[in-house]
Design a protein. Structure first.
Length: 144
């Protein structure tokens, strides 16, 4: 945020950085008590519509209060489209609408890499990168 504030200052935008705990951040975003926020979202499932739903006008999780009938129309149409390629193209178009409006400004994406031995059983790759050790075991002899 310090780097972004410096970039904004260079173009005449004054900003104040407020560091807060998650509860206060959630409260501020629920009430709309912010002008700009940095907020991370982890999708509960592997589909781009999970992120785009956050920008739909009537979605209670739309913390930005962004509203664009074109985005809403494209997302509704994607819900009714059975062809996966067509569906993803509609979601891509909805994303273009939101980015053109600067509804969100993606600044980074989380990424993780794990090196898992073939002897480890029970490992399931997932979007949250959560693998409790109670579900893991070592197959030392390859017999299981």
């Amino acid at each position: 945020m310090v780097a972004i504030a410096a970039m904004w200052k260079a173009i005449g935008v004054e900003s104040e950085i407020l560091n807060t705990d998650f509860r206060a951040l959630t409260s501020a975003t629920n009430t709309g008590d912010f002008e700009v926020m940095r907020f991370a979202y982890f999708s509960p499932y592997d589909d781009p519509n999970a992120f785009m739903r956050l920008l739909e006008t009537d979605n209670p999780n739309n913390r930005t209060r962004y509203s664009n009938p074109e985005l809403d129309r494209l997302m509704a149409q994607s819900d009714k489209t059975l062809d996966p390629a067509q569906r993803f193209e509609l979601i891509r178009e909805a994303e273009r609408v939101a980015l053109k409006d600067h509804a969100v400004i993606p600044i980074y994406f989380y990424a993780a890499r794990r090196l898992i031995s073939p002897q480890i059983e029970g490992w399931v790759d997932n979007v949250r990168n959560v693998n409790p050790t109670r579900f893991l075991r070592i197959d030392r002899d390859g017999a299981s």
